[in-house]
Every structure is written in C-alpha cells, then in structure tokens.
Design a protein around this ligand. Sequence first.
Ligand code: FE2
Length: 263
Amino acid sequence: MRAAASAASASTAAPAAGPALPANTLALLKLREELITRHPVNALMRESPRALLQFFELYGHFAYGFAPFVCTLFTALKGQRAKAFIYDNLLDEMGCVDGQATAWDNQHGELYRRFLTTLRRTEVYRAHLSEADTAALDAASQRLSQQAYGTYYALVAEGHDAQSIGAFSGVEGWVAAEYPFWRECLATLGSEMRFVDTRTIEIHCEADVEHARVLDELIGEYAAGDRAADVHRGLLRGIEISQTLFAGMQEEMAGSGALAFAD
Ligand SMILES: [Fe+2]
C-alpha cells in the first residue's frame, strides 16, 4: 500500500528501466488503475460528505490488514529478488523510515486508525454519522476486509511468485493515483480538517518512484519470460479483489443493498 504517486502513472506508460512491458501487460496495469480511479464510488464521495465519511470508515479494516498481508506475501515468496522488494515494502508498512527512530504508531494501519479516530471527533463527522452508523460501518468494513484478504491469502498460498506479485500490484497499483483524490475530498469538509491526523493520506500521496519502478520491472520480467500467464492471471485476480472491495463499499454507501452505478 505504499504510495507511489508519480510512479504509478509512469508505470502504466513505460517503466524507467528493465525490459519494455508487453502491450497486454501494460493494458492490465492501466486497467488496474483506471477501474479504481473511475469507480462510481468516487462520484459518491465527491458529491456527498456523508458518503465520503462512510467510505473512510469502510476502508478502515482493509488498511489495518495490509501490513499483515504484506508480511505473509514476503514469507511466501520464493524468489530472492521479489522477496527483497516486498521486504522494503513491508518496512514501509511498519513505519520504518530511513534516518528516523522506529515507532509503533507510525505503522500504516495505526496511522489510518489515528486518522479515523481524529476524523470521528469533528463536527462535520457527527453531523453526518451517528454512533450507530459508525458501529455498523465498522462491522461492514471488517466483513469486506475479511472477504478481500481471504481471497488474497488463498491466492498467495497457491505458491506462484509471479501470480502473487501480479495480484499485489492489483492493489498497490492504484493507491497512488487514488489517494490524492481522497485528499481533495477531505479538503471539502472544511477548516476542521486541520485537527484531523491525515498523515496516512499524505504518506500514500508521496511519490515513490523507485518502489513502483522495481515492482513494474519485476512484472515486466515475469511477463517477458515463461511466467507471463502467471503474472497476468495474478493481475486479473488482484484487480478483481480490488473491484469486489470497492463494489462492496459502494453497496454499503448506497445503504440499500442495491448498487448505484452512475449512468
Ligand atoms: Fe501503506
């Protein structure tokens, strides 16, 4: 989940190094990003403060569960190159920053928890969501997260590095493109946002060219070799997991169990 803002965009065009990505791989990387950045959930968030606040609640457990997932992925990978990349990512998720002392509350899940805790204290939050709403959204968030990670963990347990990395990219790949939109939406909630701990949003908006470059380079190597089918299948399955998560959040935001796709 580490942010790679400019890199994510760049990665869909052309990686900075390594073999050129095949056209079908590039198409999947683009699909991975655009299916999220153009998801109907975004329109709901843009148009309704209540929907925006609901979304941040619904995303919570997915954010809390990301570091454990990256740890499992790291452990399961067999290739040393892939392992080295995911280890770097895991350190980021655990809040380890070069030159800074480690602190438990810099862990990315805890940063998101702090974001939600401070958001819930604002008047705009309390104007739109009751305590009962928060409890119901938290339960829904937990259910959606368990569903997403259940699928991810099962996929990683199949033991194919290329597929696991492709699926990881199915989530990692849209974060940097999507978080700046979340930051824009938060700004519309007014001056109270200065009291909200938005470090989790800022961190994931930061460019991290090197990490995204290495991940896409790795995908390119798989795609150019005899593991093209594995990495493409992983990308598709990762994209589907992300789509299922967002569709589930949209369903909860619509409140009726019916999907509300924009015309
Ligand atoms: Fe993260």
